[in-house]
Ligand binder design. Structure first.
Ligand code: NAG
Ligand code: NAG
Ligand code: NAG
Length: 189
């Protein structure tokens, strides 16, 4: 039995070698090696701002778009998915200047505790950063004082970005329906 199997797999090996060697080599015209446009040393930038997540009130910026049948029975809201377009401001006040938006989603991804899977773009609208963005992803156990996410990429001045973001809640559900979170982002680009 084992010998027969061995013989079959040996035959398969021979057949695949024949197929592989007889297939013409790809010309790879869609990709080629190049060099970076500017060979400057990378900058490390520290960005600090405040994230305003309005889950209720007259103009919510965080809207639940989906949930599982069992989400309402879950003590950690497991299975809920929220789409956000949250303003990012210079200071913690709700009248502080808006410097960008956090656009993306967070999902309740833990069956035991409130822990979100964040996936969002930080889109900047001010100064040198206007039109540039950072892509952020990570786990957000919201009850912990400081949470950390990865910066996995960027656009514009943030091309080739990598780094991390630390999030610290300073106000949970204020009278306007907003949770305000201080962000410190360290990014090399
Ligand atoms: C680094 O920062 C300097 C000064 O702001 C800027 O001129 C330069 O283009 C930046 N380099 C990169 C790679 O972004
Ligand atoms: C900011 O907070 C004040 C006081 O709670 C409130 O009157 C005002 O409507 C809020 N503004 C926004 C944009 O939420
Ligand atoms: C940001 O860029 C947009 C589009 O290019 C432009 O309309 C806007 O005035 C710019 N904002 C600032 C503050 O420079």
């Amino acid at each position: 039995m084992a010998q027969k199997m061995l013989k079959i797999s040996y035959n398969l090996l021979i057949i695949s070698i024949i197929i592989l060697t007889s297939t013409p080599k790809s010309q790879a015209i869609f990709a080629r090696t190049t060099t970076k446009a500017q060979q400057q040393p990378q900058n490390l930038t520290h960005i600090q701002f405040y994230f305003h997540d309005y889950v209720s009130g007259p103009n919510p910026t965080a809207i639940r778009i989906a949930q599982a049948k069992s989400t309402d029975q879950s003590s950690s809201s497991f299975g809920a998915l929220v789409m956000i377009d949250d303003p990012l401001t210079e200071g913690p006040g709700n009248d502080s200047k808006i410097i960008g938006y956090a656009q993306g989603m967070y999902a309740f991804a833990d069956q035991q505790q409130f822990a979100l899977m964040m996936t969002m773009n930080l889109v900047f609208i001010e100064g040198d950063y206007n039109g540039s963005s950072l892509s952020v992803m990570g786990r957000n156990p919201v009850m912990e004082s400081v949470r950390e996410f990865g910066v996995i990429g960027g656009s514009g001045v943030f091309r080739f970005a990598s780094g991390y973001a630390q999030a610290k809640t300073i106000t949970m559900m204020d009278p306007n329906g907003a949770t305000i979170v201080e962000y410190n982002v360290y990014v090399s680009h």
